[in-house]
Design a protein around this ligand. Structure first.
Ligand code: HPA
Ligand code: ZN
Length: 339
């Protein structure tokens, strides 16, 4: 298959995005527009200067800039505009379903109401469903560098919004903040009916992945690429069909792997793990979902059958109802025969 033909295949195949921080879709142009709107003074003189600062060497160097960018989000319309822009970007990339993270504490810490963020994002997702037929789930993440008490308070704020929030997750600085720090919060979240996911094994060791499985009872591991260091863990992940939401461009940008050619996605896939491709923070890492597929396909020489597996894994690993999964898996089969 030619490179162009492969790109058509990757664009057209129906797929779900399962690891996307909505605050990470804020493009520099929108950061500046919202800063102007609200009279917020930025540390950078121009869009170009801001973009030039996206030269990260690890997770923390990214997070410092990411939280600075999120500071321009002030009212419900801002959260709506950010969400609508993301949906518009991925609609023509064959993305049929999105499960997006939001970080309420990033906003409530600055005095922005929980509902301001939630309602703006929700409105964007409702419109995506009504106008484009794109379905979605919302996952509320706790910032792991903050206390378990703060996470518990955030969970309390989510309780009146169970209709909108499907699952809880864990993000921000991984090292030194193991999943077990949040065991009680996640137990309470499960009792309240939320599904759970957690970032683990991006920078942190395999032990953090075990903790996410055993202490937080997660349905998916976000990233999880360091599972490769532990053969017993890999066997377990394969046996339990535990999905990993892998983010190739993010991993190279944050120096988890030096070059895309070094990425272990293909090895994990060949070990029988339920690997999916995702974009994490596309405005910061140089590409949305399709660009992640293209980059990793070229560097690792993935085949059509690998791409098909990654797409069907994304549907199976999603939180859609079973009949929707069946529908999209059939569509993938039909697409793969036709193209
Ligand atoms: N890891 C941890 N926290 C994050 C990330 C990530 O990749 N993106 C946004 N918050
Ligand atoms: Zn992430």
């Amino acid at each position: 298959m030619t490179e162009a033909g492969m790109e058509v295949f990757m664009r057209g195949i129906p797929k779900a995005e399962l690891h996307l921080h909505i605050e990470g879709t804020l493009e520099p142009e929108m950061v500046f527009a919202l800063a102007r709107k609200h009279g917020v003074k930025l540390k950078f003189p121009s869009v170009e200067a801001l973009r030039a600062a996206y030269d990260f060497h690890n997770l923390q160097s990214f997070l410092d800039i990411y939280y600075e960018g999120a500071n321009v989000l002030r009212d419900e319309d801002d959260f709506h505009a950010m969400t609508a822009a993301y949906i518009a970007r991925v609609h023509d990339q064959g993305v049929v379903h999105v499960e997006i993270f939001f970080d309420p504490q990033t906003h409530t810490e600055r005095g922005i109401a929980f509902e301001t963020a939630l309602n703006g994002i929700r409105r964007g997702l409702d419109e995506a469903r009504a106008k484009l037929g794109m379905t979605s789930r919302l996952i509320m993440c706790f910032l792991r560098h903050m206390s378990a008490e703060s996470a518990m308070q955030t969970l309390q704020q989510a309780l009146p919004h169970k209709d909108a929030i499907h699952a809880v997750g864990l993000d921000s600085s991984e090292m030194g903040h193991p999943p077990s720090k949040f065991s009680a919060v996640f137990r309470r979240a499960r009792e309240e009916g939320f599904l759970t996911v957690a970032h683990a094994g991006e920078e942190g060791p395999p032990e953090y992945i075990y903790e996410a499985l055993d202490d937080l009872a997660v349905s998916r591991i976000d990233h999880g690429v360091r599972s490769e260091e532990d053969a017993v863990l890999c066997k377990r992940l394969a046996h339990e069909n535990m999905p990993l939401t892998v983010c190739p461009l993010s991993n190279v940008k944050l120096a988890v792997f030096k070059r895309m050619e070094d990425h272990n996605l293909k090895r994990l896939l060949d070990m029988g793990l339920c690997v999916t491709v995702n974009s994490d923070d596309p405005a910061y890492f140089g590409g949305y979902l399709l660009e992640n597929f293209i980059a990793v396909q070229r560097a690792l020489k993935l085949t059509r059958s690998d791409i098909r597996k990654l797409a069907s894994n994304s549907i199976e690993a999603s939180f859609m109802p079973p009949e929707k999964k069946q529908y999209w898996l059939k569509q993938i089969d039909g697409f793969a025969v036709a193209v």
